[in-house]
Design a protein around this ligand. Structure first.
Ligand code: PLP
Length: 396
């Protein structure tokens, strides 16, 4: 069979299941009607951030010219990492070109059997993962060749039960989860997680992709809150926090904030760091500016959270199910893939852009239209969205 025939066959199967994806244009002049963007604070369009990116590229060049371990270790990277460490209240930070890369290779390095084999009683680590974790976290487990012990979504009692089953085991224990779940739009009960992890001396790996800039003190993420169990885990070096620069920060790339010693381990053993060209200096300059601005945006964050609460109440009145959402991400859970595509297309016709999220991104029969709110959505746009949703309900 030829590759093109095999590809066509696979695409036909996806289309039959309403699972085929296509690339659609994203005109810039329709950004205010876009509920599919993760630019939660609208920073991607801020001129001071774009200019800071230009200035950094002018000074250092368009590209980094190599891996940081070869020719690419420009001092702008070191400066940004110091800034990120301070932003996250961590000892150190390491930057990556994308969040997927940071998770897939950073978590895989944490799960690497050779990291733990030197520890007394240590061998292959036991990894406890939330059932709804992002694909990049699953990929990391596959890459490391470890079997995931999955706990029910955000269910800390279930996590504790699973950890207790292994209480006698001297294998290292690692918990990997997200602080704001990108498709559910709900928050991790972080204090409970930290207390549970501390009881079992587990290492915590947090993905703050959707929290960075929007949640936690001054938008520093939930991992930056003050709590005795978090402080104790940090003191043990068991608090590893990943986040992206691609969503509320408005640029691209990612960080892992951690202890200095674990950073040095990643510099040596994290494949996505060692074998990849460092991010473009444009990205570094723009991110540095955005991180300077973000702590001062409390008013914008409060407005975003209020808008989300109001929208949830309004769509509930119309009979929509928003699942577990309690953040700026509001899914309209419709169940079937076809209903999901129909609702997305209905909203598109009304001028509102959304994402149709279907399996395998979410579990089977849990397809949803995802509304990601941002600070640029006006009252008029919300009214337009609600009118279109009301029309859909009337027609249904
Ligand atoms: C929870 C989570 N982690 C990681 C990523 C990957 O980040 P990036 O888009 O920067 O590669 C995403 C992006 O969708 C995400 O939602």
């Amino acid at each position: 069979m030829y590759l093109s025939d095999a590809s066509q066959q696979r695409l036909d199967l996806l289309a039959e299941q309403s699972l085929k994806r296509v690339l659609l244009p994203c005109p810039l002049d329709q950004r205010q009607f876009d509920f599919s963007s993760n630019d939660y604070l609208c920073l991607s369009q801020r001129s001071d951030i774009v200019e800071a990116g230009h200035a950094c590229a002018k000074q250092y060049g368009a590209g980094a010219t190599g891996s940081r371990l070869l020719s690419g270790n420009l001092d702008c990277f070191e400066a940004l990492e110091a800034q990120v460490a301070q932003f996250k209240n961590a000892q150190a930070a390491l930057v990556f070109s994308s969040g997927y890369q940071a998770n897939a290779s950073g978590l895989a390095a944490l799960l690497d059997k050779s990291l733990w084999s030197g520890v007394v009683g240590g061998t292959e680590p036991l990894v406890f993962t939330d059932r709804l974790n992002h694909a990049s976290l699953h990929h990391a487990c596959q890459l490391a060749g470890v079997k995931q012990i999955r706990f029910r979504h955000n269910d800390m009692a279930h996590l504790a039960e699973l950890l207790s089953k292994h209480i006698e085991s001297r294998q290292p224990k690692i918990i990997a989860t997200e602080t704001v779940f990108g498709m559910e739009g709900d928050l991790l009960p972080i204090e409970l997680l930290a207390e549970t992890a501390l009881q079992h001396q587990a290492v915590v790996y947090l993905d703050e992709a959707h929290a960075t800039g929007v949640w936690g003190p001054q938008g520093r993420g939930l991992g930056a809150i003050q709590h005795p169990a978090i402080d104790a885990l940090k003191a043990l070096g068991h608090w590893v926090v990943m986040g992206t620069f691609s969503k509320a920060v408005g640029v691209s790339g990612a960080y892992i904030a951690c202890s200095e010693i674990f950073k040095q381990y990643l510099v040596n053993r994290c494949t996505g760091f060692v074998y990849s060209t460092a991010p473009s200096p444009f990205v570094i300059g723009a991110v540095a500016k955005a991180l300077e601005i973000i702590p001062d945006l409390n008013t914008e964050r409060a407005a975003l959270h209020t808008a989300a609460e109001q929208l949830r109440a309004q769509v509930h009145e119309l009979g929509f199910d928003t699942g577990l959402s309690n953040t700026h991400i509001v899914p309209l859970v419709v169940g079937s893939n076809t209903a999901c595509l129909e609702l997305k297309s209905h909203l598109q016709q009304a001028g509102i852009r959304t994402s149709a999220v279907r399996p395998p991104t979410v579990p089977p029969n849990a397809a949803r239209v995802r509304l990601a709110l941002n600070t640029g959505h006006s009252a008029k746009v919300y009214a337009q969205l609600l009118q279109a949703l009301a029309n859909w309900k009337v027609a249904a």
